[in-house]
Design a protein. Structure first.
Length: 320
């Protein structure tokens, strides 16, 4: 009672000074708000309540959801891929990773393997240039399985297209799984021709494939470094191509590729490829100049014979 009387007396006395009284009330209100917020934050975030995120990789989505619920976590499907090597509905990747310490109630975002790939309509590409046909297939989510060159005056134009052994016609409504390949028969006058090999080193597999098809070449065996797993393949870059950059090769020939996640290896091989390409081009231009000089001598027998041009010492290395 005495304490209560003292408190009442304190407030009564304080009221005699309105400014001091109001300031005291404001301070007490602010302190009250801070205290209530701290308590709410404590319970709202379950301070001190942590969970270890399990590794859900390779686990079916339904099982992952059950395991997460037992630990006070929530599974959210963030993305899906179609990887034929894995079962449909299997978790391929997750964030946060397994072993991470998180608060209860945290959402775990996962990438799962689709049950099947999406079906898309195959566009009719016969009568188009090879570049147009390639672009149309890529826009549809498809790719080129193989280029077959046949003798025809319409060089680099698609004459026929086949999917799963069936020829595609203008009225065709055939569908295929996204990522499937279409065989294209392409014309080339004389039955064969050569083109200069593009630089593929430093490109992703999809971009390297697209570049090869555009130039009239086929994709051969694709090999990844041992440390590249299924989910890393999109990030891997080409560091080796079986036919050197700038070297002339038959249209329709296959090019083997090797890919890695090692950026330093890619950079090193890229520099070597550029240097080799310069030598190949220089050697080819020199050989063409010598050939032109010999032809001029044959056509003009009275003219002085052309002086022998000194070839680079290592020119043979570039044509082996």
């Amino acid at each position: 009672m005495k304490n209560k009387k003292k408190a009442n007396g304190f407030w009564q006395g304080l009221k005699q000074y309105p400014l001091l009284y109001n300031m005291t009330l404001i301070v007490l209100i602010v302190l009250g708000v801070v205290l209530v917020s701290a308590i709410a934050m404590h319970f709202g975030t379950r301070h001190g309540s942590h969970r270890t995120v399990p590794d859900f990789s390779g686990v079916q989505l339904a099982d992952a959801e059950k395991a997460a619920a037992k630990r006070g976590l929530q599974i959210i499907v963030n993305d899906s891929l179609f990887v034929p090597a894995y079962e449909g509905g299997m978790v391929l990747d997750q964030l946060p990773k397994g072993g991470a310490q998180v608060k209860a109630g945290r959402k775990v975002y996962v990438t799962i393997n689709s049950l099947r790939q999406k079906m898309v309509k195959i566009p009719y590409v016969a009568g188009r240039s090879l570049r147009q046909a390639k672009n149309m297939l890529e826009i549809a989510g498809l790719e080129i399985e193989r280029l077959e060159y046949v003798d025809d005056i319409a060089t680099n134009y698609v004459l026929e297209a086949y999917y799963d052994g069936v020829q595609l016609l203008p009225e065709s409504t055939m569908e295929a799984e996204m990522g499937s390949g279409v065989v294209l028969k392409v014309g080339v006058q004389g039955g064969s021709a050569k083109a200069e090999m593009p630089k593929l080193i430093g490109l992703s597999l999809q971009r390297a494939k697209s570049r090869l098809w555009e130039m009239g070449f086929n994709v051969g065996k694709v090999v990844y470094d041992d440390d590249v797993d299924m989910l890393d393949k999109k990030s891997a870059k080409v560091y080796y191509q079986s036919v050197d950059q700038a070297r002339e090769s038959e249209l329709g020939s296959k090019v083997r590729l090797k890919l890695t996640l090692d950026a330093e290896k890619v950079e090193r091989m890229s520099i070597e490829s550029d240097t080799l390409a310069k030598n190949i081009i220089a050697a080819r231009l020199e050989a063409e100049r010598v050939a032109d000089s010999l032809r001029n001598t044959e056509n003009n027998p009275q003219s002085e014979p052309a002086t022998e041009v000194q070839q680079p010492e290592n020119i043979e290395d570039f044509f082996m």
